[in-house]
Ligand binder design. Sequence first.
Ligand SMILES: Cc1cc2nc3c(=O)[nH]c(=O)nc-3n(C[C@H](O)[C@H](O)[C@H](O)COP(=O)(O)OP(=O)(O)OC[C@H]3O[C@@H](n4cnc5c(N)ncnc54)[C@H](O)[C@@H]3O)c2cc1C
Length: 443
Amino acid sequence: MHLVIIGNGITGVTAAITARRLAPEARITLVAAESAHHYSRPALMYLYMGHLRYADMKPYEDWFWAENRLELVHAEATGVDTAARTVQLATGPALAYDRLLLATGSVVRTPDWPGQQLAGVQGFIGLPDVETMARDTRDITHAVVVGGGLIGVELAEMLHSRGIHVTWLVRESRYWQSVLPPEESAMLEAHFKKYHIDLQKNTELRELRGDAQGRVQSVVTTTGQALPAEWVGLATGVMPNLTLAQAAGLDTDRGILVNELLETSAPGVYAAGDCAQHRQPALGEVAVEQLWYTGRMQGETVAHTICGQPTPYQRGEWFNSAKFFNLEYQTYGRVPARPEAGIASFCWQHPNGQHLLRLNFREADQAVTGVNALGLRQRQDVWERWLREKTPIGSVLAQLAAANFDPEFARQHEAAIRREFGRQFPTIEVTRPRRKGLFGLVR
Ligand SMILES: Cc1cc2nc3c(=O)[nH]c(=O)nc-3n(C[C@H](O)[C@H](O)[C@H](O)COP(=O)(O)OP(=O)(O)OC[C@H]3O[C@@H](n4cnc5c(N)ncnc54)[C@H](O)[C@@H]3O)c2cc1C
C-alpha cells in the first residue's frame, strides 16, 4: 500500500506515525508545502518572541523520518485525480497512491476590508507570517489587532513583548463572548488592562488607510475613530483549506465532508484535522474541529481505518487549553457562555483576580458537566474520569485536590472554594464518595 498524506501538521504526521506502526511494510509519503519538517504550530508565537528557535519547535529530529521510512516531499500538491489515484505536484513527478489523506489544515479568513492589501497588514497562521511580522513590526510603536479569539490574544502578547502599543478591536460587548461566561470575560479584560492593552469592545474595523509607499498608517473603526496603526494583525478566524479538495471534485461544505470513518466522497480518499467537516457530528459536538488535540486524535483514528482497522472517530470529553499572557485557561466538558436550562453553575474567584474556578452540574442529579479554570492548572485524567462517571458535584468539591497540578494552590484555596460553594448552594452537601474498604465494608 502506498499512503500519500498532504499536509505535515499534527494531523498528517500523527496519521503517518500511526500508520507506520500499524503497517510496517506500507510506503508512506508526506507532502508539505510550508516546511520540510513538521513543527508545532501553537509554538509560533514563541518564535517571534525569541523564546524558542525554529529547531526547538520541531518535536522530531530530522533523522526521525528516514529512520521510520516516512518519505518527505517538500512541495505543493496542485491537483488530485481520484479516478487515476494520482497527486500532481507543483514541482516533481506526480505521485500514485492507494490511499490518500488530506490534512491540509486551515487558511486565514478575512472579510474584504478596503485597504487590506496594504503592506503591514496580515493574518497569522504559519511560518512565513512570523517572518513577515518580525520584519514589519521592527521599530514600530503602534499596532492594531482585529478579532478577539485566541490568535488575537497571541498577537497582542507578541506585540506587547516588543514594547509596541496595542489597540485591540473586538466586535462583541465582552471578551470571547461566544465561548466564555461573563465572569471569565471580565477577569480576562482586567488582566489585559494590566498589560496596557487597549481593548476596544463593540468596535469593528471599517477601513485601512496607507501612506504614499502603500504601507498601512491608520485604521478607521465602525465607531468613527481613526487609530494610528503601523502594523495591523487580522485575527478574525480561520477556515478549512479546501483548495485541493474542491479541485479534486470532493464533496465540501464549510470543510471537506467526511463520515464517521473520516472517508470523503471519493473512494480511498480521507480527510482529517482542521480541513475536515463531519457530516453528522454527535450531539453537542461541532462539525469542524480546529484544535491541536482533535487533529492528533483524528490523525490517529484515520490511520487505523486506512490500515484495515475501521475505527469511527469519537472525540470523547471536550477539552481545550490556552494561555492569556501569563494566565492559564483550561476547560473540560461543557461550559457554555450562557446559562443552560437544568444546569447550575458555581463560580469562585480569588479577590486578586488571578484565579477562577467554575463548576457546572445538572440540577436533577448533581452530576458534574464541565469546568473552567483560569490561573490554575487541572489534571486532565481526573477531570475526564469525573465527567465520564457523572460524579456528583459534592464529591468533586470534596476531592478537588486530586484534580490539582499545583499543591500550593490546593493548600491555599480549596477551603475558600468549598466555603463559597456552601454559600451559593447551601442545600448541597460536600462529601467524599463512600468507598468499599476491607472486607467489603462501606466506609
Ligand atoms: C498561531 C496559532 C496558534 C494556535 N494555538 C493553538 C493552541 O494553543 N491550542 C490548540 O488546540 N490549537 C491551536 N491552534 C490550532 C492548531 O494549530 C490547529 O488546529 C492544528 O495545527 C491543525 O492541524 P492540521 O494538521 O489539521 O493542519 P495544519 O497544522 O494547518 O497543517 C496543514 C499543513 O498542510 C499544508 N498544505 C495545505 N495544502 C497543501 C497542499 N496543497 N500541498 C502541500 N501542503 C499543503 C499546509 O501548508 C500546512 O502546513 C493554533 C493555530 C494557530 C495558527
